[in-house]
Design a protein around this ligand. Structure first.
Ligand code: G3P
Length: 212
């Protein structure tokens, strides 16, 4: 399973670099990093820090503008994946960027398996279903992952399932058990996955015994 960091914070990215296969960003994360007006510089720096794919989201609304914005973003670095919203316009832009320009697209804000099916048919490289935001409204985010994995495995799609809006290490483990190819997590979740109280107490005991 590929693990991406859901962050545009260079400090966080550097802290987690040894554990991650790439980065996902979105307009909220870029704004949070405080680089809104110089976001192309920030993206350039992230792309040179991380070897793997870096998803960068367009803010345009029409497919024509999304394609223009996607092509401009792609010029910043080779490892950029263009992130498009799962809308009518976004799917049209996905198809054109994927097939005509051979650009990798991450289709985001996916909340149903019908949307995921259409994204795969539009040539998406990644589909980003949001598990946490579904759980937040009393739906079952992980059952969406199960459905998408089942549908994708029944056909020859090249689209990878990138689980997004992850709220806990349990989400990560359950998504891995379902066979999702990738997940994007905040640094806090990565640190929660590393830590275990029995590791800490075991280490303290070893150290104490060694010193005695
Ligand atoms: O980047 C997309 C997604 O991971 C956002 O998650 O926590 O804002 O629902 P969240």
């Amino acid at each position: 399973m590929e693990i991406f960091l859901d962050s545009a914070d260079l400090g966080e990215i550097k802290e987690c670099i040894e554990f991650i296969d790439g980065i996902t960003t979105n307009p909220s994360l870029i704004a949070k990093a405080g680089f809104k007006n110089k976001y192309k510089d920030l993206i350039g720096e992230i792309c040179s820090t991380v070897k793997g794919p870096v998803s960068v989201e367009v803010v345009a609304h029409t497919h024509t503008d999304m394609i223009k914005e996607g092509l401009a973003l792609k010029k910043i670095a080779d490892n950029i994946v263009i992130k498009l919203p799962l809308t009518y316009e976004g799917l049209i832009a996905c198809k054109e960027l994927s097939t005509k320009y051979n650009i990798k697209v991450n289709v985001t804000l996916c909340f149903s398996s019908g949307q995921a099916l259409l994204a795969a048919k539009a040539g998406a490289y990644l589909i980003s279903p949001f598990v946490g935001r579904l759980d937040d409204i009393s739906h079952n985010g992980l059952s969406l992952i199960k459905d998408i994995c089942t549908i994708y495995s029944s056909y020859v799609f090249n689209t990878k399932v990138l689980v997004a809006s992850v709220r806990s290490p349990t989400h990560v483990i359950e998504a891995a058990k379902l066979g999702a190819q990738a997940i994007t997590i905040a640094s806090k979740i990565l640190m929660q996955m590393i830590a275990h109280p029995l590791t800490d107490s075991g280490l303290a005991t070893f150290e104490k015994d060694w010193n005695n």
